[in-house]
Design a protein around this ligand. Structure first.
Ligand code: GRF
Length: 212
């Protein structure tokens, strides 16, 4: 029995993409750090089990992470997918879920870790931007890269238009990465990920239209 836990804090569009993807999983649980997260309602509408662990009711990050891990461990998930989860996790939490904690980040890492990635990409005048699915390590927005998608940056782009273009790709690559993981095809060695039996060698840049 395969179990996926999805952690959210807000809108939940990546969560929705994971729910829509009909992943090879028996059980999905969505946990939000924010009781007002729109994604909680979306998950419930999809008849997915939801839990809220309100981070504001904890005295510090460590207490929150302990409660979160206690809840997650009740389900013994194969994978925990961060999908717009806006909390920085403690080292203990990250180590506890070593090699089964994934994140999606709206930039081509290692460029633009942290917040406001689209604004920074425009400010720096990059011509290619994108998104990354990676394993979570103790360093923020770092860790072995599973898949990336690149998009062009146009001269008349705004933060919003660029974010929209990137988000469309996020919704493609996150389900793909999670599917590979649940199929047992993700090989992690040192800091590099390869995908077993993949036509997409080493899961490099995702091209829209390239299905597998
Ligand atoms: C996405 O851009 C994701 O890459 C980042 O936070 C945003 C969450 O959006 N980590 P949503 O909640 O999935 O719609």
């Amino acid at each position: 029995m395969k179990t996926l836990v999805i952690l959210i804090s807000g809108r939940g569009s990546n969560m929705q993409a994971l729910l829509d993807a009909k992943l090879p999983v028996d059980r999905i649980i969505v946990i939000s750090s924010n009781p007002a997260a729109v994604g909680l309602e979306t998950a419930a509408n999809n008849r997915v089990q939801t839990v809220c662990i309100n981070h504001q009711t904890f005295s510090d990050r460590s207490a929150f992470d302990t409660a979160l891990a206690d809840e997650i461990d009740r389900y013994q998930p194969d994978l925990i997918a961060l999908a717009g989860f806006m909390r920085i996790l403690t080292d203990d939490f990250v180590l506890h879920y070593h090699q089964r904690l994934m994140n999606i980040h709206p930039s081509l890492l290692p460029a633009f870790p942290g917040l406001h990635t689209h604004r920074r990409a425009l400010r720096d005048g990059v011509k290619i931007h994108g998104c990354t699915v990676h394993f979570v390590t103790r360093e923020l927005d770092h860790g072995p890269i599973v898949i990336q998608a690149a998009v062009p940056v146009f001269s008349d782009d705004t933060e919003e238009s660029l974010a929209k273009r990137v988000l469309e790709q996020e919704h493609q690559i996150y389900p793909q990465a999670v599917r590979w993981f649940l199929q047992g095809r993700v090989r992690l060695s040192a800091n590099a990920v390869t995908i077993a039996d993949s036509r997409v060698h080493n899961s490099v840049i995702y091209s829209p239209g390239l299905q597998e």
